[in-house]
Design a binder for this molecule. Structure first.
Ligand SMILES: [Zn+2]
Length: 126
């Protein structure tokens, strides 16, 4: 049994029952994570109990959309948009612009618009 705080570990809990359920341990609500599908029971508001077989997933939702941050190591692109992308600077990853993708790197905000940092130009920050 794993007990988590419901707002931690990246899960997106959705209550499954309209009326509180009961077991030998008392009343509880059944929740399913909309991201990874694991189930849990909440006996105490804000806390959720998860079966042992889900332990690995419970510790960190595998499908959660965490904000990604990158640290620039070097940026070979030049121009006004890239002025803030100096080595050591931190930038939040933004979604690729329409028609673009993130196969070659990650998009971050330049001076006025998203710019592509290539994979060899940054490292991920936890
Ligand atoms: Zn999850």
């Amino acid at each position: 049994m794993v007990i988590l705080e419901m707002n931690e570990n990246g899960h997106k809990w959705e209550k499954q029952n309209l009326v509180t359920l009961t077991s030998s341990k008392g009343g509880y609500d059944l929740y399913v994570c909309a991201n990874c599908g694991i189930k849990g029971k909440s006996y105490t508001p804000g806390f959720i109990e998860i079966a042992e077989r889900y332990r690995n997933k419970a510790m960190g939702c595998p499908n959660c959309e965490r904000t990604k941050v990158v640290r620039v190591t070097k940026c070979v692109a030049v121009g006004k948009e890239f002025e803030a992308l100096v080595p050591g600077s931190l930038h939040t990853v933004v979604p690729p612009p329409p028609g673009q993708n993130n196969k070659r790197g990650e998009w971050v905000m330049g001076a006025t618009e998203p710019v592509l940092l290539l994979f060899r130009e940054f490292t991920y920050v936890d």
